[in-house]
Design a protein around this ligand. Structure first.
Ligand code: SF4
Ligand code: SF4
Length: 283
């Protein structure tokens, strides 16, 4: 994102709408500036503020006159009075920032907007997590924090070393140059995004081991990590294998997303998946 200094009148409205705190008013040039390193190209500033087309010279003059009279001329708080935002034309690899940070932009690899994955929400038709398996979503970053791909790679390396499998239809997986080692493409390691999700899967008996590993790796990362656990319930909608492990590890369980299982697995060609239908509920 770029702020045109010829247009900006340093009203400061945009500094409040940037979820990454990447916009600041530079007192030496008296203009708002975007810190390109911290900007994740979420477009919240460009889309979140109404753009008025007041003449910048006129606004600056008015503000000076008002100042002399010890009055303030401030535009409405949800407005950039001079339409100073000019989005950059994003090239590779910077364009991945927007793909992971602007919820209105669908990912090229999955066609899904936002972080680009349906996770286990559609497990009844995707069949990602089967009976006896547990799927993890390892989520990095948040507004105000963000995450560098170099940090995501530390986790993907550790997960690959532990022998788990990465979800193929996940945008982070699609950015790996070597899925067997969890290595991401070199050219994206210096890119920062608002948040991203790594999805892995293993057998239920490894639940505790993987959670402890995530906790261990998280200590080395300059971001926040949330972990989601998905597994299959039995035909009564109960789940008595993974839940006790999570409770023993200190998690208070809430059923976050439940798939009722009315769909048919449509995109898993292997026979074992077909035999599993109808699909039980998902926790
Ligand atoms: S809202 Fe517009 S005019 Fe005001 S500081 Fe930001 S870019 Fe400059
Ligand atoms: S695009 Fe997003 S991160 Fe970048 S300056 Fe605008 S609001 Fe901040």
């Amino acid at each position: 994102m770029y702020i045109n200094p010829d247009k900006c009148v340093a009203c400061g409205n945009c500094t409040y709408v940037c979820p990454m705190g990447a916009i600041y008013v530079d007192p030496t040039i008296k203009r708002a500036v975007v810190d390109r390193n911290e900007c994740v190209e979420c477009y919240a500033c460009y889309n979140g503020l109404s753009q008025e087309h007041l003449n910048p010279t006129m606004v600056r003059t008015m503000r000076k006159i008002f100042q002399m009279m010890r009055l303030r001329f401030e535009p409405e708080p949800d407005v950039c009075p001079t339409a100073a935002f000019e989005p950059d034309k994003l090239e590779w690899p910077r364009v991945v920032r927007r793909a992971f940070s602007d919820p209105r932009v669908p990912h090229e690899s999955t066609g899904v907007s936002g972080r680009g994955t349906e996770e286990v929400k559609t497990n009844d038709v995707s069949g990602r997590v089967k009976v006896g398996e547990v799927g993890f979503t390892i989520e990095f970053g948040r507004p105000g924090v963000g995450v560098w791909f170099s940090d995501i790679q530390k986790m993907s390396w550790a997960m690959a070393k532990a022998g788990v499998s990465f979800e193929k239809k996940n945008p982070v997986t699609s950015l790996m140059s070597d899925v067997s080692t969890g290595t991401l493409r070199d050219d994206i390691l210096g890119e920062k995004v608002m948040s991203a999700i790594l999805e892995i899967k293993t057998t239920v008996d490894r639940t505790e081991e993987i959670i402890l590993l995530v906790r261990e790796v998280e200590k080395q990362l300059d971001t926040v990590v949330s972990i989601g656990v998905g597994t299959r319930c039995d035909e009564n909608g109960d789940e008595n294998v993974v839940a006790p492990i999570l409770e023993r590890l200190g998690y208070k369980l809430e059923r976050a997303k439940t798939n009722i299982g009315l769909g048919r697995v449509t995109n898993t060609p292997d026979e074992s998946a077909k035999k599993e239908e109808p699909v039980p509920a998902m926790r």
